[in-house]
Ligand binder design. Sequence first.
Ligand SMILES: [Zn+2]
Length: 313
Amino acid sequence: MIIKPLHEPEWLCLIPRFQGEHAEKQHFENLVKGYEGELKFAGLLEEISDDWLILYDLRLEYRRTIFQIDALLISPKSLHLFEVKNFESDFYIDSGKWFTINGKEIRDPVLQLNRCEFLLRQLLHEYGFNIPIKGNVVFINPTFTLYQAPLDLPIILPTQLDRLVQQLNRSAKKPGIRDINLAEKLAGAHLKRSPYDHLPEYNDSELKKGIYCAACSSFSISLKSDQITIICGKCGKEEAADSAVIRTLKEFQLLFPEEKVTTNRVYYWCGEIFSKKTVRRVLGRNFVLKGGGGSAHYVDLRADLSNTGMRGK
Ligand SMILES: [Zn+2]
């Protein structure tokens, strides 16, 4: 039973803006790869017994230290903690350190797991739960190979994934009220992501302004003669001004959560494609205008909803 599902990260919609020569492109590509790995693992866990209580992508805090859990499975007998890695191709371990096959040292994923396990144990202790935790790093990518791995490492290799599913099915046990309480308590303790956590360094001038096509992400957008419909020069997809402005504005708010939404700001952020009059009309229809004169700005009444995971996938 899934208690906390895996949601599409909000920053996914920002990716077209960082394409090209952006210095952080690699960083973003790694984030996407990580998310794809988590999705794949969630797909695999669809095959396990419904008795397991599953929480994905938990961000918890213990005494001001934030830690993140990719997947947590709860049963009356034990907790299974999974750190999911979507590493591709060959790696090796030498004197306890992890390297790519080209000899570049990487962060030890088992250390990361241990830290997470330690913090979770402390937190559970504080909650009054004393339940064994089994942690594992899961390598989900079928191309991953690890040389010179000690036998006792808490890792699950791609060739062992089927066995993991079988083993979880064998050890499944109906959850009790106490287990459900724990799952709900942890889900309730989940910290919302601040946009900064997962976003690379950027400033306004580095980001591509304008509206990109909702279908193919191309920035070759032009305004049709009706002045309220845009059309993509690459794939021909049309979109109404309202939808395009709101969609683009959401990204702006994600990137600059502190900034006030004003007609001018949105006008420039949309690449000056719509007239200020159109921008004002769209904002007026979808937002509430607060303040007057120089401090006038728009407030989204549904802003609270957008962060609660109610967005569709
Ligand atoms: Zn297009």
